[in-house]
Design a protein around this ligand. Structure first.
Ligand code: CA
Length: 227
């Protein structure tokens, strides 16, 4: 059974999320405070965290940063909950590296859709050989990624995105196709999600960031030879 940790201080919303996730067959853990939530995440290592931004103790960004700094929390997928008016929150959250976000108020159906899509992205595939392109090596069994032989921490979403592009090196992938394939849905509000993920991927590749090419107005491409 997959375990989901909900960090949300508003009881009504926390209960609604918990109820719907339990009904869908997930084991649910809850926390109502940022500091306690961080501890619970690192101790329990859930399969997914639903993380509210406005929290007592430590806000959602703070929780997120703590998780990403700790080897026990670095690869746990996170869905951020943001308030409708807080567009800046959403952007900041995605730039910080959250896998997805939900804007309050959201429907239980929407929540389940996101949860399933994020969990699916994090699942390790059945044993397959490493995929290698130039300086990049993808261990598809453990979702570990190496650049010039050195491990680089990628979230499951970043790993899938980079692998998808690298397996199709030299071919431009359209924005909508990337969103549909990696996130499981595509609409205009998620354009920003894609761009922030690509930006962060480039940063993580360091000197090799130029392997990723932006094809203006169309999408992205990974080069098929050293750029
Ligand atoms: Ca809150």
């Amino acid at each position: 059974m997959q375990r989901i940790l909900i960090i949300e201080d508003e009881p009504d919303i926390g209960e609604l999320i918990g109820f719907n996730l339990r009904r869908a067959g997930y084991e649910v853990l809850t926390s109502h405070d940022g500091i306690e939530g961080t501890e619970a995440a690192l101790r329990e290592r859930p399969d997914l965290i639903v993380l509210d931004i406005m929290l007592p103790g430590r806000d959602g960004y703070g929780v997120f940063r703590e998780l990403r700094r700790d080897p026990r929390g670095v690869s746990i997928p996170v869905i951020l909950l943001t308030a409708r008016a807080q567009t800046e929150d959403r952007i900041q959250g995605l730039e910080a590296g959250a896998d997805d976000y939900l804007t309050k108020p959201f429907s239980p159906k929407e929540l389940l859709l996101r949860v399933k899509a994020v969990l699916k992205r994090s699942e390790a595939p059945t044993a397959v050989a490493d995929f290698i392109l130039g300086p990049f090596r993808f261990d598809r069994n453990s979702l570990r990624f190496y650049v010039d032989g050195e491990p680089v921490e990628l979230t499951a979403t970043e790993f899938r995105l980079m692998l998808f592009l690298s397996e199709r090196a030299g071919q431009t992938q359209e924005r909508n196709d990337l969103l549909r394939t990696i996130w499981g849905y595509s609409d205009s509000t998620h354009s920003r999600t894609l761009d922030t993920h690509m930006k962060r991927l480039r940063q993580k590749l360091g000197d090799h960031g130029s392997w990723i090419e932006t094809v203006r107005g169309t999408g992205y491409r990974v080069m098929n030879s050293d750029p």
